[in-house]
Design a protein around this ligand. Structure first.
Ligand SMILES: CC(C)(COP(=O)(O)OP(=O)(O)OC[C@H]1O[C@@H](n2cnc3c(N)ncnc32)[C@H](O)[C@@H]1OP(=O)(O)O)[C@@H](O)C(=O)NCCC(=O)NCCS
Length: 334
């Protein structure tokens, strides 16, 4: 079905879980096609938000059944008042009025997020027609970070020549400080383990082991030291997580370059998890790899939330949505 063996493996795992994923963008044909594939192949149970009659008629025209699919029009949902009340109670101390909560609950991204908060869905995939900020803001406000000492970040999966690479943070934290960068690395390690892989983390920079100087090099060095301290703690020391920095991308990925630039590193030459110093480097880097390198790109997935909400690129294809739904199902395992 999908191109890469990697994502087909993720789909096979999702098929064992029977999770429920909400798709707020029922007006988009790519989303409807993805919903149909996921429901038919039992990748997840799907809730589509949108105009019930129009969606049913579209499915019927395509000759698709509605097994494993629920369609909800937020404006006609008997749960609308319950969700608006929940939103009001969660946000009134932040200044949200009841009238504003009533209006916001009708917004599909808020409605979907409130479904997750209420336990009526396990995760959400949106963003085919919304900016990243509009997709993730309800999740940050309502679902919130799983840990008080760590923020939410994002991770892309890039499949290149059949091999997965995990890239972070290319979509949320604009210019993380050293502590935030260390947290992003640790959170990425946890996500990579959840996806069944072994994290080999390179803290990326334009410098390898002090070859270059500058403020951001110092930040990455500090973040590397902090992350190594966290990894040596009781919570992480027995997990198979390798991390090193600061490393240039060529030293991180290419064995020949690694031998020259960082021969003592246990990550250089075979990193699979790339932590970028800021969102510019990360976002530009992954889009270049996708557009010029022909790699498959999934995400950005949010990590560190109490439940998964994931963002699509507005240029996505139905197959990308299917992959992200499967990944979201896996992320929702506690
Ligand atoms: C993610 C983002 C939208 C949040 O910004 P925002 O909407 O302005 O949000 P605010 O800063 O007002 O914060 C809203 C809430 O989210 C929380 N929040 C923001 N960033 C957070 C993070 N990284 N982790 C956890 N919570 C976070 C805030 O604490 C706040 O919670 P509160 O209202 O309960 O106090 C913003 O960081 C952003 O625009 N990032 C870049 C997105 C982008 O354009 N990506 C590139 C395309 S892929």
């Amino acid at each position: 079905m999908l191109e890469s063996q990697y994502i087909n493996g993720i789909i096979a795992k999702a098929q064992q879980l029977g999770k429920t994923i909400v798709l707020p963008e029922g007006e988009d044909e790519r989303v409807l096609k993805a919903a149909h594939i996921c429901a038919e192949e039992k990748i997840a149970k799907i809730i589509i938000l949108g105009n019930t009659e129009e969606i049913k008629s579209y499915f019927s025209k395509q000759g698709w059944g509605l097994e494993n699919i629920e369609i909800i029009n937020p404006a006609q949902s008997p749960k609308l008042n319950e969700y608006a009340e929940l939103l009001y109670n969660l946000r009134k101390e932040k200044g949200l009025t009841k009238e504003e909560a009533d209006k916001l609950a009708l917004n599909a991204n808020y409605f979907g997020t409130l479904m997750i908060k209420s336990g009526h869905a396990d995760g959400m995939v949106s963003g085919a027609n919304h900016s990243t900020a509009d997709t993730v803001r309800p999740a940050l406000q309502i679902i919130k970070s799983a840990r008080k000492d760590r923020g939410v970040s994002s991770l892309f999966i890039l499949v290149c020549n059949g091999k997965p690479y995990y890239l972070s943070d290319c979509a949320i934290n604009i210019n993380p400080n050293a502590k935030e960068l260390a947290d992003i690395a640790i959170e990425s390690a946890e996500t990579v383990i959840k996806f069944g892989d072994k994290p080999q983390i390179a803290m990326l920079s334009y410098s390898t082991y002090g070859s270059g100087k500058g403020e951001s090099v110092s930040k990455v060095k500090e973040a590397t030291a902090l992350a190594k301290t966290i990894l040596s703690s009781e919570e992480y020391k027995n997990l198979d997580i390798k991390l090193d920095g600061e490393l240039q991308a060529d030293a991180a990925l290419d064995g020949v370059v690694a031998k020259k630039k960082a021969p003592a590193s246990d990550v250089a030459g075979h990193a699979n998890t790339l932590i970028f110093p800021n969102i510019d480097a990360g976002n530009i880097g992954c889009k270049l790899l996708q557009r010029l390198g022909g790699a498959e790109l999934y995400g950005p997935m949010l990590q560190g939330l109490n439940a998964p909400v994931n963002d699509l690129s507005r240029g996505c294809f139905a197959e990308d949505i299917v992959g992200l739904i499967a990944l979201t199902a896996l992320q929702s395992i506690h």
